[in-house]
Design a protein around this ligand. Structure first.
Ligand code: FE2
Length: 300
């Protein structure tokens, strides 16, 4: 069947449940068993929402990455981060950090000092985007944008709104640059919303509902929060409002179709490259975080 002017149908729905990760971090991870289905995405974690009591908040202290990109998108609360390339900052609601680990970086990702000390709510996303073989060892790069610097758009009736982190929709084009074509968009749909968005047909497209519910695909399949739709082939995506407001992350990427060798925070193409990554990290080639005295005192 020709894919021209074809609205993508839903091929698979994955339902995620909240689970505890690591030292007690609450996540929903809507990931299918077969990674080919979501290539080039390696991980989609919805962190929280979780309400921390004073002294209870935990995060991910110094750890390395190599071979892919980590995208942090904060919905509620504040995250603080630092890395071995000297970047340091904090992210509030609506802010995004797109970190290209490339050849290797060591970073820490923690709830802000205020939340660690006084407690508070944390909610957001961490998505891992794989890098093609040719880019796995590029120089690390870091792109960070606050909420007001991210392009937004809405339909004429205002019932569908989008915040464009990557890709393009409703005439709004991302400011963040990606190594391969990527779509990363936060859509809010009110009842009565009805929008069809064109995307190049070589993208693998996914929609993850994280608040309320939404109708997705040409048949208006209703998805509830915690559900991920994996789309089939086509050149547009149809989203519409459900009985109440809904919010979803729309993701897309051109599948890399390359072998994936994965070990914890390293994602390469072969096992030998993973061994090299571990050696390079252990011998300090990915660097370390240099902290000021003020920060050093509170490092975990
Ligand atoms: Fe990380």
């Amino acid at each position: 069947m020709a894919t021209e002017n074809k609205v993508r149908e839903i091929e698979q729905v994955v339902t995620a449940h909240r689970q505890l990760e690591g030292a007690g971090f609450v996540v929903r991870r809507p990931f299918p068993g077969e990674i080919d289905a979501v290539d080039p995405f390696l991980l989609i974690d919805e962190m929280g929402p979780v309400d921390y009591a004073p002294g209870e908040a935990i995060g991910a202290p110094d750890h390395p990455h190599r071979g892919f990109e980590t995208v942090t998108y904060v919905l509620e609360g504040e995250m603080e981060h630092e890395d071995s390339a000297g970047h340091r900052g904090s992210l509030g609601p609506g802010d995004v950090q797109w970190m290209t680990a490339g050849a290797g970086i060591v970073h820490s990702e923690m709830p802000s000092r205020r939340i660690r000390e006084q407690g508070g709510r944390v909610h957001g996303f961490q998505v891992w985007v794989n890098l093609p073989r040719r880019d796995k060892l590029i120089r690390p790069r870091y792109q960070e944008y606050s909420r007001e610097k991210l392009p937004q758009a809405s339909t004429g009736d205002g019932k569908a709104q989008v915040r464009v982190i990557a890709g393009e929709a409703l005439g709004a084009r991302a400011v963040i640059e990606t190594r391969t074509p990527i779509v990363f968009q936060d859509w809010t749909l009110q009842p009565g919303a009805d929008v069809t968005i064109s995307f190049r047909p070589d993208l693998r497209m996914l929609a993850y509902v994280f608040e309320g519910s939404a109708r997705i695909g040409p048949n208006g399949t209703r998805l509830e929060e915690g559900q991920l739709a994996i789309f089939g082939a086509g050149d547009s995506v149809h989203l519409s409002g459900s009985g109440g407001p809904g919010r979803l992350l729309l993701l897309g990427g051109v599948p890399l179709r390359e072998p994936v060798a994965r070990y914890g925070p390293f994602v390469m193409n072969t096992r030998a490259e993973l061994v090299q990554a571990v050696e390079d990290y252990q011998s300090g080639k990915m660097g370390e975080i240099t902290r000021s005295a003020e920060i050093r005192g509170e490092a975990p």
